[in-house]
Design a protein around this ligand. Structure first.
Ligand code: ZN
Length: 132
């Protein structure tokens, strides 16, 4: 794994949260993108080598809606950049980690992604991502 690609933060009001993070980081959002399959609207801010991804639910049964219901707004996942996501999925499966996605799927911001279940990773939702 190469680096932390981004941190995902669950928010309930994208417009309000964007203002908070744009002011905090002194930068502007460079992309908003809906991932219909996950029921989320994403917004990205670049900070040095890494990014912040804000995530807002677009439907009541979205994983983000469920997360906020249980835990409130806050850090939702850590995403690690990998060169070969297929090889990483295979390696981590063989090491006994529980993958939510056995096959990578299309994610936001030009990536293919796969999530590891937080049960495997000390309570933290981990995303693997590779440039598409
Ligand atoms: Zn992410």
């Amino acid at each position: 794994m190469n680096k932390i690609e981004h941190l995902g933060i669950a928010v309930s009001d994208m417009e309000a949260s964007l203002k908070v993070y744009e002011t905090l980081l002194g930068t502007t959002c460079y992309k908003q993108e809906e991932v219909a399959s996950e029921g989320v609207l994403t917004a990205f801010l670049k900070i040095g080598e890494t990014k912040i991804e804000l995530l807002q639910a677009t439907k009541p049964d979205s994983p983000i809606a469920k997360f906020i219901e249980k835990k409130g707004q806050g850090i939702h996942h850590i995403a690690f950049d990998v060169d070969d996501i297929h090889a990483e999925i295979k390696r981590l499966s063989e090491e006994g980690y529980e993958l939510i996605h056995q096959e990578p799927k299309d994610g936001a911001d030009g990536k293919i992604i796969a999530f590891l279940h937080p049960r495997s990773t000390e309570g933290v939702l981990v995303e693997l991502c590779q440039d598409r």
